[in-house]
Design a protein around this ligand. Structure first.
Ligand code: B12
Length: 219
């Protein structure tokens, strides 16, 4: 089967929330196709498609949940492969990552966490629905270099600003590099709230993290 056909079937299986087909194909393809490409070129477009259908009222929450569950099942196979690649790398820095308060979307955040691990970062994932204090407490505990905050909904992006406000109020703003991202987040928003970095895709996030960490260490 051609790689493009594999991506197309992965996309379709996500849209249909068909875990069995998705996992079956991932198992078959895992030794032949780059695992990151399977995620970014196969599965992620499926999530975008089902999301648009949900937005247009063509599908409802159960269908979204089925797509998300299928995603998680496939990631159980893909994640160890992604991490294997990063295990042998020199440590780049320490990252605390989470999805902000009241937001339970974690698929994008999980991809970024996996990719950062793959790139040699020591990643501490505080999960989703995480208030600003949880980001800061973990960052202090593990002596992090970077705080990465994901927010997917227009109602939850303001909580990214809460993290920056909290750091400022404690006199700790310069201690941490703050990166933001997620569905509705943009470079404009990142600039507006005074974040240090933004990435549209998780793979951009890794490049931004590498650049920011080298600036921080050089400073
Ligand atoms: C899957 C999904 C769910 C799942 C989440 C499962 C899970 N375990 O995460 C479930 C079914 C639980 C869910 C629930 C809800 N959802 Co929902 N969901 C989605 C959906 C379809 C996909 C999100 C996703 O995972 N995308 C795939 C990932 C890979 O993309 P991503 O998150 O954008 O991340 C990428 C980048 O943004 C970036 N990135 C992400 N984070 C970060 C962080 C940093 C630092 C960086 C650099 C980069 C980065 O990297 C990722 C990969 O490249 C979207 C639609 C869409 N098109 O986005 C709606 C969507 C986000 N949901 C929406 C809504 C409204 C809800 C609910 C309120 C529905 C309801 N009525 O109950 C609840 C909210 C619950 C809550 N309190 O959070 C709306 C939000 C509208 C808005 N703009 O505010 C959307 C846009 C659907 C829509 N079109 O209306 N949802």
């Amino acid at each position: 089967m051609d790689v493009k056909d594999i991506f197309a079937i992965l996309t379709k299986a996500i849209v249909e929330g068909d875990s069995e087909q998705l996992v079956g194909l991932v198992k078959q393809a895992i030794d032949k196709v780059d695992p990151l490409e399977m995620v970014e070129k196969g599965m992620a477009p499926g999530m975008t498609e089902i999301g648009s259908k949900f937005g247009e009222g063509q599908v409802y929450l159960p269908e979204l949940l089925m797509a998300a569950e299928a995603w998680e099942e496939a990631m159980k196979i893909i994640k160890p492969r992604l991490i294997e690649t990063g295990a042998s790398m020199k440590k780049q820095g320490t990252v605390v990552i989470g999805t902000v308060q009241t937001d339970i979307h974690e698929i994008g955040k999980n991809i970024l966490a996996n990719l950062l691990t793959t790139a040699g970062f020591d990643v501490h994932d505080i999960g989703c629905d995480a208030p600003a204090t949880k980001f800061l407490n973990k960052a202090e505990e593990v002596q992090a270099d970077i705080i990465a905050a994901s927010a997917i909904m227009s109602t939850t992006v303001p909580y990214q600003k809460d993290i920056i406000d909290l750091l400022e109020s404690k006199g700790l703003r310069d201690k941490y590099v703050v990166m933001v991202g997620g569905g509705v987040v943009s470079q404009d928003w990142a600039d507006k709230i005074g974040a240090d970095g933004y990435g549209e895709l998780a793979s951009d996030g890794v490049q931004v993290a590498k650049k920011l960490i080298s600036q921080k260490k050089g400073a």
